[in-house]
Design a binder for this molecule. Structure first.
Ligand SMILES: [Zn+2]
Length: 465
């Protein structure tokens, strides 16, 4: 009886699943936690050498060429740069002024895709709406000659849900304002910064165009206009922008692999994006993600034995932009030419939420309860990762087209409480990255990528079972 009890205890103490070569993965995880990876030099060099990397720009292309060279030097297999066509957008010069007896400068940034103003700018009375819904309800023609402003605040959350909720005003505001006759559009920055930075980002093309010039105001400047209106004044603003389009440019993906030792055709894909907005150096969005997945894959490549399946890292181009004909152009440029190979992608994940610590793991349906999920959480638990309460959904913007095509996805959810203080602003710079948190991300990614690549779990079949 005693022997049986001992056997039961031993069975529980050992990996019950056979999925993990435990000492290997513990060593991998702990090496990353100790900061012994390429993550910091990679993110530092990328943001320092190339600075802002707008989609379709020469700096994005140069960063891609550098990244490919680095990945080759580091020993990755099948390193390649895959170009695809893009309509670029260039900010040019811009200015926003509150007009009055005593004019005041405003901190504003044109939204990506916004057309320029006529030379000399556009002027008008600002009509403030509390929400996009309120703007939609305005009577036709009521904004003729005026500037519409949507003044919704972004709610600070750990998960980033506040950004998702506020983002519609940036995406759809310009077309709604134009329908009512507005000559330009303003949106309170879709971000939580209390410093005086305007938060840019793409607006949506409707019928192939952005109808009127559109700008984000810093939170502090949106407050200023709101207070003036509350004092009974009718604030007038002049906006100018020399934004332009580059119709025949290109972006590119950088792809590299750690080839699987038994099933090299089966791919576990890790995604991040190399392009960034133009105001900062795109450190948290998304040089951090690029460095995290590169460092995790490099640690796996350094092991004495490669995992069974291939680990593929993809630095996507053009994640940030929408196009006249499409939104997720970068993600589709990867997935569409690979329609015949989608079935070989066994699992995909995306690191695109800065370098805040990973606190939860979301797995594909049924994987969390399966031995794979229990094993992953047992190994990630000691570095502060708990089971997610959410579904991984379609992942992020880059892997969403893969997810839509049936590729199972996971998410290593990060603490984004302060992410939208910096994201898409001039303040997104390297100093915002906490090195220990970056290392913890690498540890979580290396662990999960290794487990998935060395396992034989069919995540599709699991979900269907
Ligand atoms: Zn991003």
């Amino acid at each position: 009886m005693k022997r049986l009890a001992l056997a039961v205890v031993l069975a529980l103490a050992l990996p019950a699943t056979g999925l993990a070569d435990e000492p290997t993965v513990v060593k991998l995880r702990d090496r990353a936690m100790a900061g012994d990876s390429i993550a910091w030099p990679f993110v530092s060099e990328l943001t320092t050498r190339f600075g802002p990397r707008p989609a379709g720009s020469a700096s994005e292309a140069a960063a891609a060429a550098w990244a490919a060279k680095e990945l080759k030097r580091l020993g990755f297999s099948n390193v390649r740069v895959e170009p695809f066509p893009l309509v670029g957008w260039i900010r040019g010069e811009e200015e926003a002024v509150l007009l009055a007896d005593r004019p005041q400068p405003l901190v504003a940034a044109a939204l990506g895709g916004s057309p320029p103003t006529p030379a000399g700018g556009v002027e008008g009375e600002v009509v403030v709406f509390a929400s996009l819904e309120e703007l939609k309800a305005a009577p036709a023609g009521s904004l003729a000659g005026r500037i519409a402003m949507v003044d919704g605040r972004t709610v600070r959350t750990q998960s980033g849900q506040g950004y998702g909720a506020a983002g519609a005003a940036r995406a759809w505001g310009p077309s709604e304002a134009a329908k009512k006759g507005a000559v330009a559009y303003l949106v309170r920055s879709i971000g939580t910064s209390t410093h005086r930075f305007a938060h840019t980002g793409s607006t949506r093309y409707v019928d192939g165009k952005v109808a009127i010039p559109a700008f984000a105001l810093s939170n502090a400047d949106a407050d200023q206009i709101g207070r003036l209106a509350a004092l009974g004044e009718r604030p007038r603003v002049r906006l100018s922008s020399t934004a332009s389009y580059a119709p025949n440019t290109r972006s590119q993906h950088v792809i590299a692999e750690v080839r699987g030792r038994e099933k090299p055709d089966e791919i576990v894909l890790a995604a991040a994006h190399l392009d960034s907005w133009d105001q900062g150096t795109g450190a948290i969005d998304d040089a951090a993600g690029v460095a995290i997945i590169a460092a995790a894959a490099k640690l796996i490549a350094d092991l004495p034995q490669r995992p069974r399946r291939t680990v593929r890292i993809v630095f996507y181009g053009a994640e940030e932009v929408t196009q006249p004909h499409a939104s997720d152009v970068g993600g589709r440029a990867y997935s569409e030419p690979r329609a015949g190979e989608i079935g070989r992608h066994v699992l995909a994940g995306e690191s695109d939420f800065g370098a805040g610590r990973v606190f939860a793991l979301a797995l594909p349906p049924k994987a969390a309860e399966a031995p794979f999920g229990r094993e992953a959480l047992r190994l990630l638990g000691p570095i502060g990762v708990i089971p997610s309460q959410r579904s991984p959904g379609r992942g992020g913007v880059d892997i969403a087209p893969l997810a839509s095509a049936g590729v199972p996805v996971f998410a290593l959810e990060q603490d984004g409480t302060d992410y939208f203080d910096f994201h898409h602003t001039a303040d997104d710079t390297l100093d915002k990255i906490d090195r220990q948190a970056l290392d913890q991300n690498v540890a979580a990614w290396a662990t999960l990528l290794w487990l998935a690549a060395d396992s034989e779990v069919d995540f599709r079949a699991l979900a269907a079972s």
